[in-house]
Write a protein that binds this ligand. Structure first.
Ligand code: HMG
Ligand code: MG
Length: 335
């Protein structure tokens, strides 16, 4: 018996009846698999005007993990006066680590200093991230320190985290442009990346905090880092999408051998200390591209988009992700 052809535009079609798009057409020079470092609960929610209740945050993390995201950056152990949106870090993190559904899910947290690390380790954190800046202006605005002073603040955090058996990631912000200083010399970024790597960061995430980068810049920075001995396997990319360049920048990085990409469900995100920072690359937009290229991620796009739709309702505004919005209509073939 042959089944009747599906009418994707028929009344009552839910997302399940949607034809399997995008068509898969692989391209040369790309990895077979990409690891997504989901930052929605941290980078996304740190910038929300609405304070999201802790139980909603916990449910958000659970749904992200259930969609197949195995690394979900959960929160920040920063000063609550600096980021009131994440003042519930301890309560949230304790809830998450006690949840059997989240066993095996990597839940990194941001820690700027010893105090932050103490708070994270007390609650059993196994993966922490320090966050440096390539520019003096942002180091001052975000950390109340010069670049050198902030690196000096991170060094004991990195060695103590290693001694406690925790993995450590290092972010570098303002890698491609700074709202106060304009263009950022590549050598400045390379120097901070090397300093973080030398203090023991297992992975360095290159941040385009204000979303101004274009692919030529990405290529130039990755080439310079390679020359300085920092391999693509040690790197992740973290693009905010202010000017709609995040996907093309990501593709450029993938062609250079980077296989870890930071993204935020629904395109939430921003930094309260860089006014021009808007949302991160939306995880769904990234997944659409990777799926079309036949690149494995282990993430269920429909389930993730449903999670972002759910979160958008909680935040009271539509998701900025193009893919989330497109998937919320019944069919791609509707005219
Ligand atoms: P400070 O005011 O210089 O702090 O802030 P301090 O070291 O002088 O200490 C002052 C008081 O704060 C002391 O308490 C400390 O104990 C307390 P007192 O003795 O006065 O009672 N304190 C803390 N309390 C709780 N948790 C802590 C902590 N540290 C000190 N961890 C500090 C320095 C680093 C704390 C502050 O600047 C800060 O919290 N900054 C965080 C800013 C932030 O979270 N920004 C957003 C994340 S970065 C980002 O989004 C970019 C990224 O996504 C990549 C990209 O896009 O580029 C990662
Ligand atoms: Mg960010």
């Amino acid at each position: 018996m042959t089944s009747a052809p599906q009418d994707p535009g028929a009344a009552g079609d839910g997302p399940a009846a949607r034809p399997p798009l995008p068509e898969v057409v692989p391209a040369d020079g790309l990895p077979a698999r990409v690891r997504i470092h989901e930052v929605g609960p941290r980078d996304g929610l740190q910038n929300e005007q609405t304070v999201v209740p802790v139980e909603v945050k916990a449910e958000f993390v659970r749904r992200l993990a259930a969609a197949g995201l195995s690394t979900v950056e959960a929160t920040s152990f920063v000063h609550p006066r600096w980021v009131p949106q994440l003042a519930d870090a301890a309560e949230l993190f304790a809830t998450l680590t006690a949840d059997p559904e989240l066993r095996g899910v990597d839940l990194p947290v941001l820690v700027p200093n010893d105090r932050g690390l103490d708070r994270a380790l007390e609650l059993g954190a196994r993966h922490v991230a320090v966050f440096a800046s390539a520019t003096e202006s942002f180091a001052r605005a975000n950390l109340n320190r010069t670049v050198e002073e902030s690196l000096a603040m991170f060094a004991p955090v990195a060695s103590r985290a290693a001694a406690a058996g925790a993995r450590i990631r290092g972010y570098v912000s303002m890698c491609f442009g700074d709202p106060w200083e304009g263009a950022v010399p590549v050598a400045q970024v390379v120097r901070v990346c090397r300093a973080l790597r030398d203090m023991g960061c297992a992975e360095i995430s290159l941040g385009d905090t204000i979303g101004v980068a274009t692919p030529g810049q990405v290529e130039a920075l990755l080439t310079a880092l390679g020359t300085a001995g920092v391999a693509p396997e040690e790197l992740a990319v973290h693009f905010h999408d202010t000017y709609g360049q995040a996907l093309s920048n990501t593709l450029t990085a993938l062609r250079h051998g980077v296989t870890t990409v930071d993204a935020s469900a629904g395109g939430l995100g921003g930094c309260p200390y860089a006014r021009s920072a808007t949302g991160n690359l939306a995880t769904e937009d990234l997944l659409w591209m990777l799926r079309g290229l036949g690149i494995e991620t282990g993430v269920d796009l429909d389930r993730l988009a449903a999670t972002s739709g759910w979160m958008a309702t909680r935040l009271g505004r539509p998701s900025p992700s193009r893919t989330v919005r497109a998937l919320s209509v019944p069919s791609h073939k509707e005219s």
